[in-house]
Design a protein around this ligand. Structure first.
Ligand code: NOJ
Ligand code: MG
Length: 558
C-alpha cells in the first residue's frame, strides 16, 4: 500500500463546534487554525472536516448550495488555504467531505431546473405522480416523511432520500458525473489529500423507480447496486486516483461484506476504505434506531469480528470508528460515564485502535467527552431528532417517553461544542453557541492536558500503530468469543512469528479468563489502563472493570 493506510490515524472535526474565533456562536476555520498546536500534539496524520461549503444548513452543511465556496459563517477561501498550509507544517493532511449524492435545493443546478432549464432538470430525479394520483414511488425519506416533494409549481416531484431540501442527483447523467469529478479536482488542486464520500453507495438508483414492498427491501432498491462500482471507478480515474497518495473513504449506508470489499480492494481502483455501521446498531431494538435498549455485547463482538475477518480475507480495508457527528458518544453507549469514565474511555480506545484498519478519532473523544444533559426538546436542533420526536408521539409515545429516546440517540449528542475549559460556554465561544455545551464542562481540554490520562492514552495508541507492524499490518483472530464480558482478539503476522493479545473488559465487573499455554510466553505489555504489566501472562488472567490489556510476545520456533 503506497499510502500506508495501516499506520495512519485520522481525526474528525465538526467545524461548527470546534472553536469559535470570531465569537458569533459558530465554530470557524480561523478557530481551527488557532488550535493547530493542540491537534499537532495528538500526532494524527489527517483531519476529516465535515462540510463547510456554502449551505443553508438545513442538514448542517450536508445540503450544499455551492461546492466550491467556503460558507462565510465558517470563513473565507484564504482562511482555508492558510489552514491547509499551516496543517501541512505540522504534517497533518486535510480530508474534505464530498456530498455528491444530493445537493441543496438552493444550489444553482436545482434553481435553474426549477426555472425550466432542461439541461438541469436532467440532473435530478423528476417524476410525475402515478396514474392513481399517488407519489412516484412509496419510498420514505431517511429523515421521516415521503422521499418525494413537489417540484415547484409543476406536476412533477423530485426525489430526496434525506431532507426535502436535499435533492438527489441523477448519476445516470454523465454531466452529473463530470461535475462530481470536477469538484473533487478543484479541492485536490488546493492540496487536499483526502476525500470522504457521503452516502456514496446510494448513488446508483435504477432508471425505473418502483414501489417497495417493505422498508428493508426499499433500501435494497437503491443501495449497493452494481452500477455504484462503475461510477466509483470512473470518479477514481477522473480525479483522486491520479494521485496515489490521496486517501478516500466511502460512507456506506446499510452495506454488506461483498460490496464493501469491492469498494475498498486496491485492485478495484475505487476507494481506500469504507465506513460501515453495523457495530453501531447493537443498541437498536429490532433494528429501530429510535428505541432505548442497552447494547448487546455478544452482537457487538460478533459484528466487529465478522467485519475484521471478512474484509481481510476479501482484500478490503475498514475505517475504524466508535464516534462521529451522526452518533451519540460511544462512552455513553458502551462505557460508563460516571464511575469509570476515564477507564472505560481508554478501554474503548484500545479495543478499536488495536484492530486492523484505519482508526478515526472524533473531536472530544480524546478527552472523554460525553452526551449532553439537556432536559428539553428545545435544546436539540437536528432535523432528524425533531422529526423523530414528533413521529414517536404520533406512534403513541408520551412526550416524555419520546424525549427519553431522542436523548439517547440524537445526532446533536456529539455535535455539542468542544469543551476547551470550564469557563462560560466551555471556552468554545464568548457568546451563546448554536448548540449548548453538554452541561459537563468539567470535562475539558485544559483539565485533561493538565492532569488527565485519556489524551495521553490516545497519543500512545497512535504512536504504537506507527511502530508495531502487528497493529498496522497484522491479521485478526477473535479469542474467547463466548465470554460474556470481554472482547478479546489476537493480531498476528503472516509468518506467525509474533502475536499481540488484546483483552477488553466491557463490563463494570471483574472478569476472568483461563489462558492456554500457547498464550503464555515471555513478552511485554504494550497497553494497559491499570498500570498492570506482565512479563508473561498468568494462567488465570483477571481483569478489573473496564480494564484493557495488550500483550505482545514472540512465538518460540518449534
Ligand atoms: C451522512 C452524513 O454523515 C449525515 O450527517 C447527513 O445527514 C447524511 N449523510 C445526508 O447527507
Ligand atoms: Mg465563528
Amino acid at each position: 500500500m503506497t499510502t500506508d493506510l495501516g499506520k495512519k490515524v485520522i481525526y474528525q472535526i465538526y467545524p461548527k463546534s470546534f472553536y469559535d474565533s470570531d465569537h458569533d456562536g459558530i465554530g470557524d476555520l480561523r478557530g481551527i487554525i488557532e488550535k493547530i498546536p493542540y491537534l499537532a500534539k495528538l500526532n494524527i496524520d489527517m483531519i476529516w472536516f465535515n462540510p463547510f461549503f456554502v449551505s443553508p444548513q438545513n442538514d448542517n452543511g450536508y445540503d450544499i448550495a455551492d461546492y466550491r465556496q467556503i460558507d462565510p459563517r465558517f470563513g473565507t477561501m484564504a482562511d482555508f488555504e492558510e489552514l491547509v498550509a499551516k496543517l501541512k507544517e505540522v504534517k497533518i493532511d486535510v480530508m474534505l467531505d464530498m456530498v455528491l449524492n444530493h445537493c441543496s435545493t438552493e444550489h444553482e443546478w436545482f434553481q435553474k431546473a426549477l426555472a425550466g432549464e432542461e439541461k438541469y432538470q436532467k440532473y435530478f430525479y423528476l417524476r410525475p405522480k402515478k396514474a392513481d394520483g399517488s407519489l412516484p414511488t412509496n419510498w420514505s425519506s431517511k429523515f421521516g416523511g415521503p422521499a418525494w416533494s413537489r417540484f415547484g409549481e409543476t406536476d412533477l416531484y423530485y426525489l430526496h432520500l434525506y431532507d426535502k431540501t436535499q435533492a438527489d442527483l441523477d448519476w445516470h447523467n454523465p454531466e452529473v458525473r463530470k461535475e462530481a469529478a470536477a469538484i473533487v479536482n478543484f479541492w485536490k488542486a488546493k492540496g487536499v489529500k483526502g476525500f470522504r464520500f457521503d452516502v456514496i453507495n446510494v448513488i446508483g438508483k435504477a432508471n425505473e423507480l418502483v414501489d417497495s414492498t417493505d422498508p428493508v427491501q426499499e433500501k435494497r432498491l437503491y443501495t449497493d447496486t452494481p452500477i455504484v462500482h462503475q461510477y466509483l471507478k470512473e470518479l477514481n480515474q477522473a480525479s483522486f486516483g491520479q494521485d496515489e497518495t490521496i486517501i478516500t473513504v466511502g460512507e456506506m449506508s446499510s452495506t454488506n461484506f461483498a460490496s464493501s470489499i469491492k469498494y475498498s480492494d486496491p485492485a478495484e481502483h475505487e476507494l481506500s476504505m469504507v465506513f460501515t455501521f453495523h457495530h453501531l446498531k447493537v443498541d437498536y431494538a429490532d433494528g429501530e434506531k429510535w428505541s432505548n435498549v442497552p447494547f448487546d455485547l455478544m452482537t457487538l463482538k460478533k459484528c466487529l469480528t465478522d467485519w475484521q475477518v471478512e474484509m481481510d480475507q476479501g482484500g478490503g480495508w475498514n475505517a475504524l470508528f466508535w464516534n462521529n457527528h451522526d452518533q451519540p458518544f460511544a462512552l455513553n453507549r458502551f462505557g460508563d460515564t460516571k464511575k469509570y469514565r476515564v477507564r472505560s474511555a481508554q478501554m474503548l480506545a484500545a479495543a478499536l485502535h488495536l484492530l486492523r484498519g484505519t482508526p478515526y478519532i472524533y473531536m472530544g473523544e480524546e478527552i472523554g467527552m460525553v452526551d449532553p444533559t439537556y432536559t428539553k426538546i428545545k435544546d436539540y436542533v437536528d432535523v432528524e431528532a425533531l422529526n423523530a420526536y414528533q413521529a414517536l408521539q404520533e406512534k403513541g409515545y408520551s412526550a416524555s417517553a419520546a424525549f427519553a429516546i431522542v436523548k439517547t440517540k440524537a445526532r446533536d449528542n456529539s455535535r455539542t461544542p468542544m469543551h476547551w475549559d470550564s469557563s462560560s460556554q466551555a471556552g468554545f465561544s464568548t457568546t451563546t453557541p448554536w448548540l449548548r455545551p453538554t452541561g459537563q464542562e468539567q470535562i475539558n481540554v485544559k483539565a485533561e492536558l493538565e492532569h488527565g490520562t485519556i489524551f495521553n492514552f490516545y497519543q500512545k495508541l497512535i504512536q504504537l500503530r506507527k511502530n508495531e507492524r502487528l497493529i498496522s499490518d497484522g491479521h485478526f483472530k477473535a479469542r474467547f468469543a463466548k465470554h460474556q464480558q470481554v472482547f478479546s482478539y489476537e493480531r498476528y503476522l503472516d509468518d506467525d512469528s509474533q502475536k499481540l493479545l488484546v483483552f477488553n473488559n466491557f463490563s463494570a465487573r471483574f472478569a476472568e479468563l483461563e489462558l492456554p499455554a500457547t498464550d503464555r510466553f515471555a513478552g511485554k505489555t504494550l497497553v494497559t489502563n491499570m498500570g498492570q504489566t506482565y512479563e508473561k501472562l498468568p494462567q488465570t488472567l483477571k481483569l478489573a472493570p473496564y480494564e484493557t490489556l495488550a500483550f505482545k510476545f514472540d512465538r518460540p520456533k518449534l
